[in-house]
Design a protein around this ligand. Structure first.
Ligand code: NAD
Length: 257
């Protein structure tokens, strides 16, 4: 087992990447605190883990709130005795997020509060807990749009993921000597609710797929395997990276010299 006896906090565990990663991490021996603000879906994730003999608990939290993030980390320490893996994964893509002319200040602020401030808050409480546990691995979910921008405009989301990458690099450098590794996982376009709800017409979906060399959307389970590598000791010399799992979309945008 690749995560035997590790204690993991995974946000956005009710759906998509967070759900797939919770199931995989538990299968690989981790004790998982499954965090989400949607009670029904996160309970379902924990039920699936327990049904096959894994260890997991539900934690209801809004990761844009300081008090919720503090309680989430305290919950992991209380329930499992420490923290080794913090997967800051939950995020939103708002249907009213658009170009600079049409995106309201409210949507911009909301998106940054959930997608960016949550990284600060997760780390604010997670890093001290991880230090007490002898070190660990933090994974922040960014996106290919941080490098390329989006084909259907979403200026707030793109800004938020750029910030996630920048924060990841700084966190990695600052905490490298403490045995804490910090990496970004940058998915390509996925067939999860988040993107399918945003690309809500066939035309928008086709426009996105034109640029993906593999010609298909990725699956949440394919991101979970990437996250598993970053979470495990197999990536012990990897920190500060932007780990792209993107079906080749980023490579396709690079112009040959
Ligand atoms: P998803 O919508 O399938 O799942 C996200 C989960 O996060 C949901 O269960 C939701 O309830 C939860 N969540 C949202 N806001 C929350 C909050 N404030 N507090 C607690 N929980 C909250 O999304 P997904 O596709 O699995 O995306 C996960 C991450 O991957 C996000 O950060 C997203 O930006 C990123 N990402 C997704 C894609 C894609 O194409 N789907 C591509 C690149 C990056």
């Amino acid at each position: 087992m690749r995560l035997r006896d590790k204690i993991a906090v995974i946000t956005g565990a009710g759906n998509g990447i967070g759900e797939a990663s919770s199931l995989l991490f538990a299968k690989e021996g981790a004790k998982v605190l499954a965090v989400d603000r949607d009670e029904k879906s996160v309970q379902d994730t924990v039920r699936q883990i327990r049904d096959v003999g894994g260890t997991a608990e539900v934690c209801l939290a809004d990761i844009s709130k300081d008090g919720d993030c503090r309680s989430m980390i305290a919950h992991a320490e209380r329930a499992f005795g420490g923290l080794h893996i913090l997967f800051n994964n939950a995020g939103i893509m708002h249907s009213e997020d658009s170009d600079a002319i049409h995106t309201s200040e409210d949507i911009f602020d909301l998106t940054l509060r959930i997608n960016v401030k949550s990284i600060l808050l997760g780390c604010k409480y997670g890093i001290p807990a991880m230090k007490k546990s002898g070190g660990g691995s933090i994974i922040n979910t960014a996106s290919f749009v941080a490098r390329l921008g989006a084909a259907t405009p979403q200026i707030a989301y793109t800004a938020s993921k750029g910030a996630v990458l920048a924060m990841t690099r700084e966190l990695a450098v600052v905490h490298a000597q403490e045995g804490i590794r910090v990496n970004a996982l940058s998915p390509g376009p996925l067939r999860t609710d988040l993107l399918m709800d945003f690309l809500n017409t066939e035309e928008k979906r086709r426009r996105r797929l034109v640029h993906v060399p593999m010609g298909r959307f990725g699956e949440a389970s394919e991101m979970a395997y990437g996250a598993l590598y970053l979470a495990s000791d197999e990536s012990s010399y990897t920190t500060g990276t932007d780990f792209l799992v993107d079906g080749g979309i980023t490579a396709a945008y690079v112009t040959p010299e």
